[in-house]
Design a protein around this ligand. Structure first.
Ligand code: ZN
Length: 488
């Protein structure tokens, strides 16, 4: 049996000023045997495909995989190159393939394609035809259009945000595929869209109401004749026609059951829409920082200050405010600023430096912070991830500098990453317990580690690119009636 595997991933924030180009996809692209070697041990959908197919004696045909991360609209040249390469590779093998497994995101937008994943499926079908199954693993934050189900045999979304189950999602898709190919099942699908979108901060599946929706997904997943159930929370900062959450069910030739499941999930989500869009538990900048400083005085573990609205890992609103309010024992890992990292390298380890750091990506980034302090560490930094989402994956921070300036320990990097595990602190010889306040710019992924590490998590809505308050954006392509988007 021969099964092709391929993929491309991007979570596109269409309101960001900069586009995402080829260099962002080329950097981590893998092809052929390298896909198997890289992903076999990884917590990725591709890894899950491999982990199920290889032991089952499947001959895998790895084509191409690339991820461009989370950033602005993807240039069309990326689609042309990577989907072109994917479909050429598939077309070469067409006729000898029994199936295709794809790893996609679900919220990728290119300059001329709002629903990129459906376009990819159309092109894949052109390459391999309609006689073989094509199963797709997707991110829980996908804005999924029902059109994709006219091209894909079935789709499978992560059940967890933090995405600790990426490989498990790939395994779900691969197991469903092998059962189908063995003639044990006949998958049919249904989708329902409740007409709402969820800012990522409220898609944390360890916290209600997202926790309750996923609980319901898991209940349905156990029922007879159910092959798989997903709930996609959508990606709010994307001006696309298919913006919004969706429920998807895959049953064994039981279309009515699939319909019942997705309607149930869509209604359950709609009933909680105010909570999903609300500002409950979110502080403004001044109050959030003040509360964190106050709690940190008596806390036995660090307080995490969650600066969730930053998409470019360089906004400085929270850092400015921490300094203004005289915070002590602060760690701000992973502040993106290659220019400042170079200035620290010129100063040299152990020496004093004065540097304007962060806040440079756009006028909305808060402006640089003047740091005067000692360079604690400087150099190129690469390591193998040890966190639940990154274990076995090579992490590259590029040229990195750590400056201890008064009460703040600021780690300046040359690659954009969010703090989702302890590595950016522990890989530099420090412990998270060394600090009273730790700033993370993650959305939900940090919870897999920091719900245990932290005394408390304080969420701050800073005026950056991905605030909870969606009314600051002008949506043009989203149809009227998608809660809570307002259109004039
Ligand atoms: Zn996601």
């Amino acid at each position: 049996m021969r099964i092709a595997i391929a993929g491309i991933s991007h979570e596109t924030h269409t309101f960001l000023p900069d586009k995402t180009g080829l260099e962002d996809f080329d950097r981590g692209a893998t092809r052929g045997q390298a896909i198997l070697d890289t992903h076999r041990p990884a917590n990725s959908s591709m890894g899950g495909f491999i982990q199920v197919c290889e032991p089952a004696g499947v001959e895998l045909v790895p084509v191409v995989y690339s991820s461009g991360g989370v950033a602005g609209t993807v240039k069309d040249e990326v689609y042309d190159k990577y989907i072109g390469e994917m479909c050429e590779g598939l077309a070469r093998e067409a006729g000898t393939l029994d199936a295709v497994l794809l790893s996609l995101h679900g919220a990728m937008v290119t300059e001329s394609r709002q629903d990129t994943e459906t376009h990819i499926l159309k092109d894949v079908r052109k390459a391999v035809g309609y006689d073989i199954p094509v199963m797709v693993a997707l991110d829980l934050h996908g804005n999924i259009d029902p059109a994709i189900l006219t091209k894909a045999t079935a789709i499978f979304g992560y059940h967890s945000s933090p995405h600790v189950d990426e490989a498990e999602t790939g395994r779900r898709a691969a197991r469903a595929l092998l059962d189908m190919l063995a003639g044990k099942t006949r998958p049919v699908t249904a989708m329902a869209r409740p007409g709402m979108v969820v800012p990522s901060i409220f898609s944390a599946t360890t916290v209600s109401p997202a926790k309750d929706i996923i609980g319901r997904v898991m209940d349905w997943q156990q029922k007879p004749r159910v092959i798989d159930v997903s709930f996609f929370f959508g990606f709010a900062w994307s001006d696309v026609h298919q913006l919004g959450a969706s429920a998807v069910a895959v049953t064994d030739n039981a279309p009515e059951l699939a319909r019942v499941i997705v309607d149930d999930l869509a209604q359950a989500a709609w009933a909680r829409k105010e909570e999903f869009a609300g500002r409950k538990g979110v502080f403004n900048l001044h109050d959030g920082v003040a509360v964190a400083i106050d709690k940190a005085r008596t806390a036995s573990k660090p307080v995490v200050l969650l600066d969730h609205a930053d998409r470019l890992n360089d906004t400085t609103f929270v850092l400015h405010e921490l300094i203004r309010q005289g915070a002590e024992g602060v760690a701000l890992p992973l502040l993106y600023d290659p220019e400042a990292a170079h200035i620290c390298r010129e100063a040299g380890r152990g020496n004093m430096v004065e540097v304007m750091a962060g806040g440079k990506s756009s006028p909305q980034a808060g402006g640089p912070v003047r740091l005067v302090g000692r360079v604690e560490w400087v150099g190129e930094k690469r390591y193998m991830g040890t966190g639940p989402m990154t274990h076995g994956e090579r992490q590259d921070l590029g040229l990195t500098a750590i400056v201890q300036a008064g009460g703040v320990w600021v780690q300046i990097t040359s690659r954009r990453h969010s703090l989702i595990d302890e590595d950016p602190i522990t890989q530099f010889g420090r412990k998270t317990s060394d600090f009273k306040i730790i700033v993370s710019k993650s959305k939900t992924h940090f919870r897999a580690v920091y719900e245990k590490v932290a005394q408390e998590i304080i969420i701050v809505d800073a005026p950056a690119y991905s605030p909870v308050d969606l009314s600051v954006f002008k949506y043009k392509n989203v149809p009227r009636g998608v809660y809570p988007i307002t259109r004039e």
